[in-house]
Write a protein that binds this ligand. Structure first.
Ligand code: PLP
Length: 474
């Protein structure tokens, strides 16, 4: 059975945890991220998945990661229930937009972004595991826009969970903000922080580092550092590859990247045996990853607002999981590198790791001008309206296709519904995309807005004051 260890575990024989433990904990106690002790293959390979419903493919893939966390049959029930809430029966349909180029539409869930694919499942998985243990948790997360609403939607009104989501004040779109601030649920709190997404992420890390708070409220994370989300995200890579002819034919993916969680899930799918040729990283002007892949230097710059706010990130948390592999699964070396990065804003260069990384991924920076051009060109060529994040993926895909020797089908991940970012889409195409029916009155709903300074004390006081219950209820 797969067990999990921290990317910063310095021991030669690391202590390991189960899927259920890793699901509930999110971040490891030493500040590292959990990774499997070995990458499991799929029993019987991926050929047997052709033609199966999405929920069934999800159950089979997640089963290899979850081990005995769920009694037999429960995972099937959880995936069937989670994906029945999607507005498209195929859950994650492929739409061809050009010769050799497809969109994988990941925005048919309740909050219109790809985060729903993982969180609609991870919320109920949390509840199921907690019910078995008679425990209560306080989920804390940082969001650059889309994770927050998806997490709140996945955890709202669940008995065993309180949820607090920190988002950067005035740096998310109106639709994104309203999807968090209009939720009427006693257990769900969206908190605007006077700072950037990276500040929010730092606050979450600091809250976790406070052992008192961590134990008193049984803190947990569902942001993209939670392994269960990565596991759930590998599913659409597998399903899309199989739909376009894998394992007989290889495919490539282009992924609009911020925290590196989504594209890392593609990497995991590849390690599980899916024949993926290219994994293309698209970044906006916040291009730390593109600069790293070009130069080998991972160096922080200031976060700048862009048309694709969910990618306005400098510290790509999930990159640490890749780093762990690149450094030969040496937790001590990863811990040292990450501490250095935190202290100085840049990672010590490691030529060997960089070369290995370039064999696995390519990266392209797409600025706002190119993003707008891509939205308008895509509409002109195919009639598809795409959001700015999707446009980054499409532009990066096109940049990569023109590189010599690429003939595999390219799948660009459509990570948000165009109506989530209607201003940019309207400016580029002249058409204003409307919100789909369940959200049609979002702009009229009443908001509950809380703004706090970028201060650990203020945030932890707010959480203590509003969490419904402390620790285990048993
Ligand atoms: C979250 C998000 C991203 C970035 O995904 P990561 O997993 O953080 O790399 C890109 N686009 C949209 C629409 C998102 O919501």
């Amino acid at each position: 059975m797969v067990r999990y260890l921290s990317t910063r575990d310095p021991r030669a024989a690391p202590s390991t945890r189960s899927f259920a433990e890793v699901l509930l904990a999110g971040l490891a106690e030493d500040g590292g991220l959990y990774v499997p002790d070995r990458m499991p293959g799929l029993t019987g390979g991926i050929a047997g998945l052709a033609g199966l419903p999405y929920a069934e493919i999800a159950a089979r893939i997640i089963a290899v990661f979850a081990g005995d966390a769920f009694p037999s049959g429960e995972l099937q029930q959880l995936t069937a229930a989670a994906y029945s809430r999607f507005r498209h029966a195929a859950v994650a349909p492929l739409v061809q937009i050009d010769e050799g180029l497809w969109l994988l539409e990941l925005f048919h869930g309740p909050t219109l972004a790809f985060k729903d694919l993982a969180l609609q499942l991870v919320g109920p998985m949390f509840d199921a595991v907690l019910a078995g243990r008679r425990e209560h948790v306080t989920v804390i997360g940082a969001t650059s826009g889309d994770t927050g609403s998806a997490a709140i939607e996945a955890c709202r009104d669940r008995e065993a969970i309180d949820i607090f989501i920190l988002y950067p004040h005035q740096r998310v779109s109106e639709v994104q903000r309203r999807q968090m601030t209009t939720v009427e649920a006693a257990n769900a709190h969206a908190v605007a922080i006077e700072g950037t997404f990276d500040d929010c992420q730092d606050l979450v890390k600091a809250l976790f580092a406070d052992a008192g708070l961590r134990h008193e409220l049984n803190l947990s994370a569902v942001n993209s550092i939670n392994w269960a989300r990565i596991a759930a995200q590998t599913v659409y890579y597998v399903a899309a590859a199989v739909a376009l002819g894998a394992p007989a034919r290889s495919v490539s993916f282009s992924v609009p990247t911020g925290n590196f969680g989504n594209v890392y899930a593609g990497h995991v799918a590849r390690q599980m045996g899916v024949p993926i040729d290219r994994l293309v990283i698209g970044t906006n002007r916040n291009d730390i990853l593109a600069r790293y892949f070009a130069s080998g230097r991972m160096a922080l710059a200031a976060v700048e607002p862009s048309l694709s706010p969910s990618m306005d990130i400098q510290v790509s948390s999930n990159f640490e999981r890749l780093l762990f592999e690149l450094k030969g699964r040496n937790g001590a070396a990863v811990g040292e590198t990450m501490r250095n990065f935190r202290r100085t804003g840049s990672m010590p260069e490691d030529d060997q790791a960089w070369r290995a990384a370039r064999r696995l991924f390519s990266a392209h920076k797409v600025d706002d001008t190119e993003t707008m051009q891509t939205i308008s060109k895509t509409y002109a060529r195919s009639g598809a309206l795409i959001d700015p994040h999707t446009a980054v993926a499409v532009a990066a895909a096109r940049a990569d296709i023109t590189a010599p020797g690429r003939s595999t089908p390219m799948i660009a991940l459509a990570c948000a519904h165009p109506a989530k970012f209607p201003d940019a889409v309207e400016r580029a195409t002249g058409l204003r995309p409307g919100l789909p029916p369940p959200l049609a009155d979002l702009l009229e709903r009443r908001e509950r807005i809380v703004v706090l300074p970028n201060e650990l004390g203020a945030v932890s006081r707010f959480i203590r004051a509003h969490a419904r219950r402390a620790g285990a209820t048993a």
